[in-house]
Structure formats: structure tokens, C-alpha cells
Design a protein around this ligand. Structure first.
Ligand code: B3K
Ligand code: ZN
Length: 910
């Protein structure tokens, strides 16, 4: 009799800790995997035939251990004979296995009951899988780790009427009819891959497709699969895929290695998208777009995510990670690649390779860079300062899904960018080429990548390893001293790390590429020459200096006048720069710095300083006030028509409340909110005529185009509208908003107008919200926006937003089961409406605890993400801290998933 039982791990009270240093090679290797699925929503049968051999590089054992969760084992046989096996808390064990053998396991699972959206699950009646990081073990017993790479053949069988489309990785090799109205499809993926890249999709789907000829002259079939009613929203995703393929061919000489490449959209998905080999599965949010339903940001995100997943085909799939501690090997590198792709596309360099479509490609690159850095500093710097701080290559984890973090992705992307800054574009490309020559088809480590970069450039990059092993955001304190007699200017740069009890890693000096310019009094850069260097015929105005010691002194000679230093140009390293600029110097840099990033940065520093002072005043009960100089500096930018609208919009957007909270030792979100609102109102009033002029000047006529130029105009115009509705007399703004809402031919403008009306409140807001809901009732992604807008709206004294959120929670269109919907209401309130979430009565925290507990039982990954919105609780005032701690303890007492347990335990740890 075969074992018939269920392996479903009971959740132990303490999570086991997985350590990087415990890595050992797999005891057995699996060369081929032949999977056969009989797909039924409530009971899917999977037959898994594996050819297995003992790993010569591992410690000898006769015991085969496979991972498995929520599986029913129906039979197990070795080389055709039933074999004994034992189910354990984590999977299946088979003793006394031979050197090489064929193991066949038949198991059953229940996709319709799978609410975790990991493994095989059902969404809108269709089957989907999500295996990264450890979902394959919910599909079959397997050594579910990325260093076991196999060639997969997959046969799918299902009822043809209910599931007309049957997809898996690789190439379609056979299809046909079966008895009882069923049919089958067989897929072969010629490339070895780890189990986390396996995927299947089955159901009622339609596709748009296009065949292209790649750089080597081969025909490639590209498909985007969606539900039939969404076919009109697929063009942009397909175009983005084509652009991604062209860009990777050109920039890195990397082509598409399969005959076909498929993207499938699913509305129930835990994250953005997944790079399964040849069969990328996407959250609908990152596929579907037409002008009436998607905003400019949606269009840009779709392009970036399609690019990201496509680029993984080489950086992640062809070369994968040895273990999950190396996650940033693929994620940081692929983030860097998608950022470069988006920047090139924005600058018009995406398609032609030649003639730029934009007048100012530099500013398009800078716009993208500013957006990326703004996100990094708001989220990753906060993570690095809190209880979840970890290095880009973590030392340990309890639940790997908790480590798909902004540190792994965004800081990891910055680490890759630093190689390029240090080695130059060509040196970086040489490093990439060597990386592929050495490691194609392998599962490798971050050290292997660093070695390829070093060897291809004959550089010693051993100190650079610290970027992977040390957690926390480094500080670089800078002092400048000008000697008019000697005509020298000396900069002293000192590295350090702030205290964070959660960080146990070393704090040794890093190799920091630090780009500097010196701006003279007329606003132009001065030539840079260090003491001891020979004068060159071509002066250099911006230079990358390599800081390697705790303290570095740079002595510039031939400096005719005292300059203003422009530090860390283009954000050349993920550090915090401390320099005591005067307000006048910041206003000067904002007006003149030749580095657009630092121009923006100067404006942010100016505003941050003013806002923090105002927030301190507000916390004491005083009315926040602002110096006219801040308003004047902003006014100059607003009126400067030589600057691209997108850039002006970025400069004129004040630092976020989340960013400001991180700048304070003790944060009072209400005071920060009031300070920021006061500055917004002051800027609105003082620059009223300019805002109106900018609003009118940036109205676009004609058809919607999601180009960066048009998007920039819309962004600036809608920022103007958002400022104008802050005026005491907002009647004019209200009329503009009403008109814009009515005539908009695109979602960017309609949604911005709706936001303005909601900000004004009253009957008009209600009418507009009702109208919007009825208009887009059948568009889930738009209804997500409708929920999010209301959850993020400021409260009024008599109507706290929590009341609105609880009301919406009971709305017929709300469901906790769909992650996009849950995020649109709950995360928009808990993470994007800080003053309301942190109301002193603790009502936000009570709501948070309820939702974390409800999600914990349903979808641990989404629950853990929500749990993290309270991890910075120690940042706040004692009264708020006390209430947050109580909420964390309440969750800790009842938590079931490893995911949430790890987060709340780390948050509560001393
Ligand atoms: N690699 C996936 C993320 C998987 C997340 C698992 N919890 C998407 C991406 O980074 O492209
Ligand atoms: Zn990725």
C-alpha cells in the first residue's frame, strides 16, 4: 500500500532560522522532470517522474529528502516499483535510494482552496502557478531549491470547454483530444531550470500576438494572454516586450533564446510579476492599459515591469542563484537593467539606437533617476534603519518571502550601478560578458558576479564586497575649506554608520564612488584638479572619487574663488550626505547646478529643512511659518520654461511625509502633516498666478499619448491643480477640476481631477466619486484606484478617514481575497495616509491588527507586507509607541504564519 496522507507543516511556535553559512550542496541532482497534470479545481492529480542521481560534490547519503506542503501522496515508486517513504513535517523522505534512479510520485492538491496564491491556485476560474520562492513544493515533492536545475517536460490535461488554453514553459510540442471532452498539451523547455521557474496556466484566455525577427534573423512568437474582455488593453504591454527585446540585444548583446515568449495576466497575484521561463505571469496591473483606464504612471510601470521580467531571462534564469541569500544577484542586477532600459526609453533611445526624439535626453535620464532615488530613500533607507535591516546578501532569514525587500531590489540595484560608475559603461559591459561566458547555465553567488566584474577589468574589488555584507545606510559627512591665498579648496569626507540595534554586521569603511563638482559664483562648474596632478588640456568638471578609508581628504588646486560643492552627483552611491549648506547655497544650487539630480536635491534639502523646523513648531502647538526665500526659490523653478515640465514637477513636489518622518528622531505624523500642508498652502497662495499660468500652458490637445514629454506636461499641470485646490478661495480651482473631470480623454487627467474634487470635499466630491464608480464598475484596476483615493484622503475634524475606510470595507466591491483590492484600501490607509493612520486614539492600529490577523490566515505574504507598516513604531512619540506596541503584541499572540511571526517578533525585539 502506498502512503496516503497529507504533508502539511504544523506551524511551530518558533520559526527555524536559516543561515547563509549553513549552505551545503544538494545531496541529489535531478536531470529531468516529467510532469503530468490532470487539472481539476478541487482535486488536481500530479504525476512527477524524475531522473535522479547522487551529487558527487555533496556529502554521501542514501536518504533522499524532498520538500512538500499541503500535498496528498497517492503513490511513490522507484524504477517502476512501489517504494517505502515517510511523510515528515516538511515533506517526504525515502531511504536507501540507489546511485541513479527514476522516481515517480503521484500526488493530489486542492487549487480552489489555495488562498495563499503560492503553488497552484485558481483565479476567476482559471489555473495559475506561482513558485518563487518556495511554491513548487505545494505542487509536487521536490528538492525545491534553486541550485537543483532540471530539464522539464510538462503535460497538461483538462476539460476543453472549461480550460481551452493550456500553457507551460518552453515550446509547445503536442496537443490533442482525450476522452470525456478533455484535451491535452505537452510542453518542453530545453533549458535547465530550478523549480521556482516552473509555471503552468490553464483556462479561458485570449491573446494578442506578434512575430518578430530577432537580431540573429530568427522568427520569435510573442504573445500576451488575458481574459477576452481585456484584449483591448494589451498593446502597450506587447510593445514594451518588443522594446525590451531590442534593448537587451543592443545594450548587452543578449537575445531571446526560445521560439516563443508568453506573458499572461492574472488578477489575483501577490506581487507585480514573475519571470517563469518563457511564460511570465503578471499581475493585471502591470499588463492592462488603455488611455481611459490607465494613468501615465501605469503605462510607465508596465514598460518597466515587462522589461524587468524579460531581462530576468538572462539575469536570473540562464544564470540563477545558488541559494536564496544570493537573491540580489538576480534582483539587484535586473532592477539596474530595467532602470537603464526605462531611462533610455524615456530619452528616446529605446528604439532607434540613434536619433533621440527628445530635445533633452539628459533631463529624461535625470527624471527617471530622481524618481528611483526618491523611492529608495523613502523606503529602503527606512528599512535599513529599522528592525528588518539586512545586508544586500542577508545572513539569515526565517521566511524567504519576507526578504523580497527594497534592500535586495533597490539597494541591490544601486550596488550594481556602482560597478558601472567605477568601471565605466564599457568596463561594466566587459564584466557582464565575462559573467555570461563563465556562468551560463549555472546557479551562482554574488561573489561570482563581483569576480567577473573585477577580472574583466583587472581590478581588485575585494573591499567592494562590504556593500553585500554590511547592513545600514552609510553616512558621509563632508567639510569644505577654502584658502584664498593658496587658491586651494579642501574637502574632507568621513564615512560612518548610524546606530541600529538590529544590525549585527561589521561597519568597516566601504569603497564609495563619490561624484563631485565645484560650482563657481557665476553658476558654472570649475575645473577639477587635485594637488599633485598634472594640468590637463581638457578640463574635467565632474569627477568620480573613490573613497576607501574612514576619512578622505581631497585637496583641489587652482581654485580661483570659493566654490559651492555639488556632492554625490547623480546619487553615485546609496549613502546620506551630511554637509552644512546655507539656505542661500541650496537656492543657488537649485538654480545653477549642472547636475540635474543635484539641482532637484538642493530643492529637497531646502524644503526638508524648512518642513522639519515647521513640524517641530507645530508639535509645540505653534503655527508653522516659512521663509520667503523658500517660496522664491520654488517660484523661479515654476516659471523657468527652459526646464522640462517633468523635471519641474519633481522639484515642486515636496518631500513626502514618510520621508520627513525618517529625518526625525521622534516623529509626530500629525505635526508633519500640518507643516507640509502649511507650506503647500503658502506656495499655492504666493504663486497663485504662476500655478494658473502653468496649468493653462500645459493643457494638451489631441489624442492621448503616454510619452514622457506628454506625461511630464500632465504631471506638472495636475500638480498645479493640486496646489490650487489648497487655496482658501478654491472656487476657480474647483471649476477647473470639474471641467477637467468632464472632458478628460485619459485616466491621468480624470483621476487627478477626481483627486482635486475629493480634496475639496462636500457634495461635489460625493457626486464625482459615485459617477466614477458607475463609469468604471467593470474595470477592477480602476475600482482599485477609487478605493485607494478615498483611503488616502485627509481626514476632517468631524470625519476621520478611518470611518470612511471601515465603510468601504463593507462595500460590495471590496474583498480581502484579492491582493490588489486589499492593498488599494488597507495599504493606502496604513502606509499612504500617515496622519490619519497614526491618529492619537489608536483607531488606525486597531484596524491594522484586525486586518493583519484576517490576512494571516488567508494569505501570509500579503499579511506580512501589511504587518511591516508598523515596524518603525519606535520612531514615533511615546504615546503613539505605546499603542503601536499593544497592537503588535495583539497580533503576536495569535499569529499563525511564519511570515507574519518573523515580522512582528523582529519589530518587538529589544
Ligand atoms: N522574482 C519575482 C518575485 C517573486 C516574489 C516571491 N515572493 C518577480 C521579480 O522580481 O521579477
Ligand atoms: Zn525581479
Amino acid at each position: 500500500m502506498p502512503d496516503i496522507s497529507t504533508a502539511s507543516p504544523a506551524s511551530p511556535a518558533v520559526n527555524p532560522v536559516i543561515s547563509r553559512h549553513d549552505y551545503a550542496p544538494p545531496a541529489f541532482l535531478i536531470d529531468t522532470v516529467d510532469l503530468e497534470f490532470d487539472l481539476l479545481a478541487d482535486h488536481t492529480i500530479t504525476r512527477n517522474r524524475m531522473t535522479i542521481r547522487r551529487n558527487p560534490d555533496a556529502v554521501f547519503t542514501r536518504r533522499l529528502e524532498l520538500m512538500g506542503e499541503e500535498l496528498e501522496l497517492l503513490s511513490a515508486s522507484i524504477d517502476g516499483h512501489a517504494c517505502a517513504s515517510q511523510l515528515t513535517a516538511t515533506g517526504l523522505v525515502i531511504d536507501d535510494v540507489p546511485e541513479t534512479f527514476e522516481l515517480t510520485l503521484v500526488t493530489a492538491c486542492k487549487p480552489a482552496e489555495n488562498t495563499s496564491l503560492s503553488g497552484l491556485y485558481v483565479s476567476n476560474g482559471n489555473f495559475f502557478t506561482q513558485c518563487e520562492a518556495e511554491g513548487f513544493r505545494k505542487i509536487s515533492f521536490f528538492p525545491d531549491r534553486p541550485d537543483v536545475m532540471s530539464v522539464y517536460t510538462v503535460t497538461l490535461r483538462a476539460n476543453r470547454e472549461a480550460y481551452p488554453v493550456l500553457l507551460s514553459n518552453g515550446n509547445l510540442v503536442e496537443t490533442g483530444m482525450l476522452e470525456d471532452g478533455r484535451h491535452f498539451a505537452r510542453w518542453e523547455d530545453p533549458f535547465r531550470k530550478p523549480s521556482y521557474l516552473f509555471a503552468l496556466v490553464a483556462g479561458k484566455l485570449s491573446c494578442v500576438e506578434e512575430t518578430i525577427t530577432d537580431a540573429s534573423g530568427q522568427r520569435k512568437l510573442l504573445q500576451v494572454w488575458v481574459e477576452a474582455h481585456d484584449l483591448d488593453k494589451t498593446r502597450h504591454a506587447l510593445d514594451s516586450l518588443i522594446h525590451s527585446i531590442r534593448w537587451d540585444e543592443r545594450r548587452f548583446g543578449l537575445g531571446l533564446d526560445l521560439d516563443r515568449f508568453m506573458i499572461v495576466a492574472v488578477s489575483d497575484f501577490n506581487m507585480g510579476a514573475m519571470e517563469n521561463k518563457g511564460l511570465n505571469i503578471f499581475n493585471t496591473k502591470y499588463v492592462l492599459a488603455r488611455p481611459e483606464t490607465a494613468t501615465d504612471a501605469d503605462y510607465a510601470n508596465i514598460e518597466a515591469v515587462v522589461g524587468h521580467e524579460y531581462f530576468h531571462n538572462w539575469t536570473g534564469n540562464r544564470i540563477t542563484c545558488r541559494d536564496w541569500f544570493q537573491l540580489s544577484l538576480k534582483e539587484g542586477l535586473t532592477v539596474f537593467r530595467d532602470q537603464e532600459f526605462s531611462a533610455d526609453m524615456a530619452a528616446g533611445e529605446g528604439n532607434s539606437g540613434g536619433a533621440a526624439r527628445l530635445r533633452d535626453t539628459g533631463s529624461a535620464h535625470a527624471t527617471k533617476r530622481i524618481e528611483d532615488v526618491r523611492m529608495l530613500r523613502q523606503t529602503q533607507f527606512a528599512e535599513d534603519a529599522g528592525p528588518m535591516a539586512h545586508p544586500v546578501r542577508p545572513e539569515s532569514y526565517q521566511e524567504i518571502n519576507n526578504f523580497y525587500t527594497v534592500t535586495i531590489y533597490e539597494k541591490g540595484g544601486e550596488v550594481v550601478r556602482m560597478y558601472q560608475t567605477l568601471l565605466g559603461r564599457e568596463g561594466f559591459r566587459a564584466g557582464m560578458d565575462l559573467y555570461f561566458r563563465r556562468h551560463d547555465g549555472q546557479a551562482v553567488t554574488c561573489d561570482d558576479f563581483r569576480a567577473a566584474m573585477a577580472d574583466a577589468n583587472q581590478r581588485d574589488l575585494s573591499q567592494f564586497e562590504r556593500w553585500y555584507s554590511q547592513a545600514g545606510t552609510p553616512r558621509v559627512a563632508v567639510r569644505g575649506a577654502y584658502d584664498p591665498a593658496a587658491r586651494t579648496y579642501e574637502l574632507t569626507l568621513t564615512q560612518s554608520y548610524p546606530d541600529n540595534p538590529a544590525i549585527k554586521t561589521a561597519k568597516d569603511p566601504l569603497l564609495i564612488p563619490f561624484t563631485i563638482g565645484l560650482v563657481g559664483p557665476t553658476g558654472t562648474d570649475l575645473p577639477l584638479r587635485l594637488d599633485g596632478e598634472a594640468a590637463t588640456s581638457t578640463p574635467v568638471f565632474s569627477r568620480v572619487f573613490e573613497l576607501t578609508e574612514t576619512r578622505t581628504t581631497l585637496r583641489f588646486v587652482d581654485v580661483p574663488v570659493e566654490p559651492v560643492p555639488s556632492l554625490l552627483r547623480d546619487f553615485s552611491a546609496p549613502v546620506v550626505v551630511e554637509y552644512d549648506y546655507t539656505d542661500a547655497q541650496l537656492a543657488f544650487l537649485l538654480a545653477h547646478d549642472s547636475d540635474p539630480f543635484n539641482r532637484w536635491e538642493a530643492g529637497q534639502r531646502l524644503a526638508t529643512r524648512a518642513l522639519l523646523a515647521a513640524a517641530r513648531a507645530a508639535a509645540r502647538g505653534a503655527t508653522p511659518t516659512f521663509d520667503a526665500a523658500v517660496v522664491d526659490a520654488y517660484g523661479l523653478v515654476l516659471r523657468d520654461h527652459t526646464l522640462a515640465p517633468a523635471f519641474r514637477e519633481l522639484v515642486l513636489t515636496l518631500p513626502s511625509e514618510a520621508y520627513l518622518i525618517e529625518q526625525l528622531d521622534v516623529a509626530d505624523p500629525d505635526a508633519i502633516h500640518r507643516a507640509r500642508q502649511a507650506l503647500r498652502r503658502q506656495l499655492a497662495g504666493a504663486l497663485r498666478a504662476d500655478w494658473l499660468a502653468v496649468y493653462q500652458a500645459n493643457r494638451l490637445l489631441g489624442d492621448y499619448r503616454p510619452t514622457p514629454q506628454d506625461a511630464g506636461c500632465r504631471a506638472l499641470k495636475n500638480l498645479a491643480l493640486a496646489y490650487l485646490v489648497e487655496l482658501d478661495d478654491a472656487s476657480e480651482a474647483a471649476a477647473l477640476a470639474r471641467d477637467q473631470y468632464d472632458v478628460a480623454n485619459n485616466m491621468t487627467d480624470r483621476f487627478a481631477a477626481l483627486g482635486a474634487l475629493v480634496h475639496l470635499g462636500g457634495d461635489e466630491a460625493r457626486t464625482a466619486l459615485d459617477h466614477f464608480y458607475r463609469m468604471f464598475e467593470k474595470e477592477p484596476l480602476v475600482i482599485d484606484k477609487w478605493f485607494a483615493l478615498q483611503a488616502a484622503q485627509p481626514g476632517r475634524p468631524d470625519v476621520p478617514t478611518i470611518g470612511i475606510v471601515r465603510g468601504l470595507f463593507a462595500h460590495q466591491a471590496f474583498t480581502l481575497r484579492n491582493p490588489n483590492r486589499a492593498r488599494s484600501l488597507i495599504f493606502s490607509f496604513c502606509a499612504a495616509n500617515l496622519a490619519e493612520f497614526h491618529r492619537p486614539d489608536g483607531s488606525g492600529y486597531a484596524f491594522w491588527a484586525e486586518q493583519v490577523i484576517a490576512l494571516d490566515a488567508m494569505n501570509p505574504q500579503v499579511a506580512a507586507r501589511l504587518a511591516r507598516t508598523l515596524e518603525r513604531w519606535r520612531k514615533f512619540t511615546p504615546a503613539l509607541q505605546q499603542k503601536m506596541r499593544a497592537a503588535l503584541e495583539q497580533v503576536n499572540a495569535v499569529v499563525r504564519s511564519k511570515d507574519v511571526r518573523e515580522i512582528v517578533e523582529k519589530a518587538l525585539a529589544d
